[in-house]
Design a protein. Structure first.
Length: 92
């Protein structure tokens, strides 16, 4: 076939290979992200979680608390009045 036949060439260029590779990597990262987050949570016993506050420290004023009853680090139902050793004061 000659170059003047009007049929576009399907040759792989470096740009095409890099764009496809980046797309595949982004897709894989998006699929693995929920798995990573699920594995990251610790059980309540390992973080010394308790249902009562420790002085003025309680889950409701912790930056890791997710209303109404969850935590970014600790697995299971979390009381807003609870406390664990990873308590971090909420900004503001």
């Amino acid at each position: 076939m000659s170059a003047t036949s009007g049929v576009p060439s399907r040759a792989f260029t470096r740009r095409i290979v890099l764009l496809h590779s980046a797309g595949c990597a982004a897709g894989a990262a998006a699929l693995l992200l929920p798995v990573k987050q699920a594995v990251a949570k610790m059980n309540q016993k390992s973080v010394a979680y308790q249902d009562t506050p420790k002085d003025d420290q309680k889950c409701s004023n912790c930056s890791l608390f997710q209303e109404p009853n969850a935590c970014t680090l600790v697995d299971g139902e979390i009381s807003p009045e609870g406390w664990c050793k990873f308590w971090v004061k909420k900004a503001g």
